[in-house]
Design a protein around this ligand. Structure first.
Ligand SMILES: [Zn+2]
Ligand SMILES: [Zn+2]
Length: 277
């Protein structure tokens, strides 16, 4: 592992990290935790892409058979040392997930479950290998369908935090603010009703769009609805743990947030935001 430089980082938990088991990330939970310790983070959640038995995107998800390895890599981290390492998962809300996902999530003693939409009608719209498909679709229609799925995801009640809330902007496909506001409002209403949090996900800064998820507009809409906030780097390599959390904290404060969500055994408590570093 390339150790991250010991940079000053606000003491916020990083609730979105991956592992090598999903086939498109590097590192083990222990390496992510070591990176979190180096950066002075109080906690992290390992939230790798959930496995599934229905053949959904197997190139980018851990297999069902890998899940035992996931649990075994995490088990030694369930000690009382700092930073706390939470048992999490990023689960996709996708067509056909009803057949397995709610029962599977209930069967595991997770601390935190991220819910994400990465696919619209069998199209992995955020996959760089499928970027060309954006030329064949109407951008506004993609956003509409996307936020319909986010609203349906919230309505299930299966998830704690909505991952990267405006993911369709990843490659720069953006909407005018007034259009985005109208399209996203029902999804944000659903997230508020469900008691789900949203995350500030700093990985957008490392993508073409060069902006965190969600945009300042959407974050403000979330705050207006009393939606709680968590923080995630979406690290796919240990050195990205806590990346740009100083900018994430500034974005949260600018949107009017004063607290952030802390999870344990899928129960949420709110803590004051730390001071800027
Ligand atoms: Zn990933
Ligand atoms: Zn994701």
């Amino acid at each position: 592992m390339n150790a991250p430089a010991k940079t000053v980082c606000p003491p916020l938990p990083d609730y979105h990290t991956h592992t090598r088991l999903c086939h498109h990330a590097r590192g083990t939970p222990a390496e992510y935790r070591a990176a979190a310790a180096l950066r002075g983070l109080p906690a992290l959640a390992i939230t790798d892409h959930a496995p599934n038995p229905v053949g959904y995107d197997p190139e980018n998800r851990m297999g069902m058979a890998d899940f035992r390895a996931y649990q075994e890599m995490l088990r030694p981290l369930r000690d009382n040392l700092a930073p706390a390492a939470l048992y999490g998962v990023e689960a996709d809300y996708h067509e056909g997930c009803e057949a397995y996902l709610p029962a599977w999530l209930r069967s595991q003693p997770f601390d935190i479950v991220l819910g994400s939409v990465h696919q619209i009608r069998n199209w992995d719209f955020d996959d760089p290998d499928q970027l060309g498909d954006w030329a064949r679709v109407e951008v506004e229609a993609v956003w509409r369908k996307y936020f319909e799925l986010v609203a349906r995801m919230a309505d299930t009640g299966w998830f704690d935090v909505a991952g990267h809330l405006d993911l369709p902007k990843k490659f720069g496909h953006r909407l005018r603010d007034d259009v985005l506001r109208e399209i996203a409002a029902p999804a944000l209403d659903a997230l508020a009703r469900a008691g789900m949090a949203v995350e500030i996900n700093t990985s957008g800064l490392r993508k073409l769009v060069a902006e965190m998820y969600p945009s300042p507009l959407l974050l403000e809409m979330a705050r207006e609805r009393g939606i709680a906030l968590s923080f995630g780097s979406d690290a796919h390599r240990p050195e990205d743990v806590g990346a740009d959390f100083d900018k994430a904290l500034a974005l949260a404060s600018a949107a009017g947030y004063t607290e952030h969500a802390v999870y344990r055994a899928r129960r949420r408590t709110l803590m004051p935001l730390p001071d800027a570093v």
